[in-house]
Each structure stands twice: as structure tokens, then as C-alpha cells.
Write a protein that binds this ligand. Structure first.
Ligand code: AP5
Ligand code: MG
Length: 215
């Protein structure tokens, strides 16, 4: 099974992808995470992407489709994939079709996380992750069970993203409205879009997604 999680910054794509990985053994391909890893490693892709990401704008279609193709080639053919933050433009949607087709994969579901934009700045500015395993948290909505200790790996180091400030979030939302929301009709025509209330509790959102995938 191959699915896309679609939604604006802070909609919960990463949070829900991590849960599907744990519950269903699928693999999460997050272009944002892969780009941040490239920036950290100082690769040529990372060097090109850093300023664009810090400004909240979109990295080029060629770069992101290239890293998705490379990532798909690392996977066993039968493992299910969750696309988190990709595709984000009509050109990327077209590339994804070609990348999947060439690997005998098909797209089964596009899950749209519907959220109230006013809540997103609050979600994003309160977000932090484990510096060791990447588990996602929030200052109020998802705190570690033991303060300062990661639930998943026990690390005591956490980090925040440089693009998680209000000004950059506004740019990221504008990019989503202008370039990403318009790709939904491509998938609606194929009857593979399901809308989930992304404002519900994290557990409720997960349950709704699993119900859709079970259909
Ligand atoms: P990316 O990393 O994809 O960022 P994004 O789309 O802005 O989305 P976020 O990761 O901010 O939000 P999320 O939906 O994953 O929310 P989360 O689950 O963390 O991209 C970053 C940048 O990389 C882009 O700006 C661009 O420059 C570049 N890029 C990446 N992909 C690209 C592409 N395909 N093309 C071009 N450029 C690309 O949740 C947020 C917070 O809310 C967390 O703290 C969480 O705990 C909390 N939360 C989650 N769900 C709930 C809930 N139901 N209730 C309460 N709190 C919740
Ligand atoms: Mg994310």
C-alpha cells in the first residue's frame, strides 16, 4: 500500500506517519526530513536547499523528486510507503506517478488532513523533536511522559527546527495554498482522496486514518 499524507504545515503529517510506521510497519518518506538530513550533512543538495527552507519556500521539483526516487530504490518492493510532504506541486505529482509506475507500485490513498489554519502557528511554534530518534513532541499537546526524556529512545537531547517561527510559518502556509492545495483535484478525479479531521486528538486522527486504510 502506498499513501500520501497531504496537509499544510503543522497539520500532523509527520505525527501520523510515525504512528503508521509503528502500527503497520510501513515506511515514512518525508522530503522535509530528508532535506534536513542533507542540510546537516552538508551535501550538495543540502547546500542548495538550506536558504530556501529557512525562508519557508519550496525546494526545486527536480531535487525533491530525485531524492524520492533514490529513497524508493532502497526499499523492498512489497513494503508500504507513506509520502509525507511530497508531492507538493503539480510537477511533483506527475513525477510521483512516473516513479511509482516504474517500480510497479500504485497510489492507494491520499489522506487530506483538514485543519484550521489559526491553530497551526500554535502547533508549529510549540513543536520539538528528539535529537536522537526524531520522535515528535509539542510543548502542550504531546509532552514526553517523563519530562526531558524521550518516550521512544530515552535520549535527553531535543531540538527545534529553524523554520518553526511565526514569520516563516506564514510563508509556508502561503506556499501550501498556492502550490500544494491545487493538486488535490488530480487525486479526487481518481477517487482516492479521504478527508480526515486533523483538528481532532492525535489518537482520533490515527484511528480515522487506519479505518480508511482498512477499507
Ligand atoms: P516539511 O518538513 O514537510 O514541513 P511542513 O510541510 O511545513 O510540515 P511540518 O513538518 O511543519 O508539519 P507536519 O504536518 O509534519 O506536522 P507535525 O506532525 O510535525 O518541509 C519543510 C521544508 O522543506 C519546506 O518548507 C520546504 O522548504 C522543504 N520541502 C519539503 N518537502 C518539499 C517538497 N516536496 N517540495 C519542495 N520543498 C519541500 O505536527 C506539528 C505539531 O503539532 C507537533 O508538535 C505535533 O505534536 C502537534 N500535533 C500534531 N497533530 C496534532 C493534533 N491532532 N492535535 C494537537 N497537536 C498535534
Ligand atoms: Mg513534518
Amino acid at each position: 500500500m502506498n499513501i500520501i499524507l497531504l496537509g499544510p504545515p503543522g497539520a500532523g503529517k509527520g505525527t501520523q506517519a510515525q504512528r503508521l510506521v509503528a502500527a503497520l510497519g510501513m515506511v515514512q518518506l518525508s522530503t522535509g526530513d530528508m532535506l534536513r538530513a542533507a542540510v546537516k550533512a552538508g551535501t550538495p543538495v543540502g547546500l542548495k536547499a538550506k536558504a530556501v527552507m529557512d525562508a519557508g519556500e519550496l525546494v526545486s521539483d527536480e531535487i525533491v523528486s530525485g531524492i524520492i526516487g533514490e529513497a524508493l530504490d532502497q526499499l523492498a518492493p512489497d513494503v508500504g510507503v507513506i509520502f509525507d510532504g511530497y508531492p507538493r506541486t503539480a510537477a511533483q505529482a506527475e513525477s510521483l506517478d512516473a516513479l511509482l509506475g516504474a517500480r510497479n507500485r500504485q497510489l492507494d490513498h491520499v489522506i487530506e488532513l483538514a485543519v484550521d489554519e489559526d491553530a497551526l502557528v500554535d502547533r508549529i511554534t510549540g513543536r520539538f523533536t528528539c535529537a536522537s530518534c526524531g520522535e515528535g513532541y509539542h510543548d502542550r499537546y504531546k509532552t514526553p511522559k517523563v519530562e526531558g526524556v524521550c518516550d521512544r529512545c530515552g535520549s535527553t537531547e531535543f531540538k527545534r527546527r529553524p523554520d518553526d517561527n511565526e514569520e516563516t510559518v506564514r510563508t509556508r502556509m502561503a506556499e501550501y495554498r498556492a502550490k500544494t492545495a491545487p493538486i488535490l483535484p488530480i487525486y479526487e478525479e481518481r477517487n482516492i482522496v479521504s478527508r480526515v479531521d486533523g483538528m481532532a486528538d492525535i489518537d482520533e486522527v490515527s484511528n480515522a486514518i487506519v479505518t480508511i486504510l482498512d477499507r
